[in-house]
Each structure stands twice: as C-alpha cells, then as structure tokens.
Design a protein. Structure first.
Length: 168
C-alpha cells in the first residue's frame, strides 16, 4: 500500500527495515508528551511488529525517503456495534513537517486500510492537554467521547497478575 500526496508525500506500510526510523519517531512523540524515551527500540519494533505474531502495524509518511511521521495501530472490536475496527495507538508528524498534510494523509490511509480489511471504524485516545491534536481530530470529523483511559504497568500490573497465580 503506497499512497501519493502533494509535494512528493507518500504513505506506506512500514517494514522491519524501517525499525530505526520508527523508534526515533516514537521517541519524538514520547518526549513531546512528557513520557519516557528509549524504551521502544528498533529491536522492539522488529521483534513486536514484524515477528511471527505481530502485535501492531505501522504506516509511515515520507517525503523523498525521509520519514515525516507514523501511525502505529492494531485490530480492535466494539461490542456496542458488533464490528471490527483499528485502534490507533500513536500518531506523530514531526514538528518540522506539520502543516504539510502528513497527518491527514496518515489518517486517510489508515481509514482506507481499515475499510479494505472489512473494518468499520477507527478508535483512539488523546491526552487531555493535547489540544492541538484534538483540534486536528475534530477537523477530520471525529467525535469526542467522554472516556477515561486506564492502564496497569510495572508493580501494579505484577501485583494483580500474582493474584491469579495465588488463587490456583
């Protein structure tokens, strides 16, 4: 899948050869969001995204072979609709490339890919403080859901998992 855009902008599915660029883009996103960097390494991209059972896929936006942004996504399901979709976990357009249409091109390619796979929706979250992203999403026609995202990591995750082992 490759789509062309204005000014030589292309969007394509990433390959394992793109792992270094993807890891660098993820670091830029995480730094921008005030998150830790360096955890999503090129090795992790290759292992988790391109191994025997990939956990995610990635679309890359490029211009002249230079990565301008990426969308990392995986399958999801909505019980309220009984339909399949894609969950967009990360979306980044580098600061130097914003305003060139790369974000919209990534989202359009993701929607087209979902549709081609028989999926009927895209779902994602954004941090409350990321008002620029929210404005972009509204411009795409996205509705805003009043939800709270929850996650268990590290010690809390380990403690909860241990409860199941103790019950055995």
């Amino acid at each position: 899948m490759t789509t062309g855009g204005a000014g030589g902008l292309t969007v394509r599915l990433a390959t394992a050869d793109d792992a270094d660029a993807v890891a660098a883009l993820a670091d830029e996103l995480n730094a921008d969001q005030g998150e830790d960097t360096g955890r999503f390494t090129a090795e992790a991209v290759r292992r988790e995204g391109f191994g025997t059972s990939p956990e995610f896929r990635i679309l890359l936006a490029e211009e002249g072979g230079v990565a301008l942004g990426y969308a990392l996504f995986h399958p999801t399901f909505a019980t309220e609709f009984g339909e399949r979709g894609l969950f967009l976990y990360d979306l980044l357009v580098t600061s130097r490339a914003r305003g060139k249409g790369a974000g919209r091109a990534l989202m359009a390619a993701l929607a087209a890919l979902a549709k081609a796979e028989g999926r009927t929706f895209l779902w994602w979250t954004s941090k409350a403080r990321n008002t620029a992203a929210q404005a972009f999403y509204r411009h795409l026609g996205a509705i805003e859901e009043d939800v709270k995202a929850h996650a268990l990591f590290e010690e809390a995750f380990d403690r909860l998992a241990a409860e199941a082992a103790e019950a055995d």
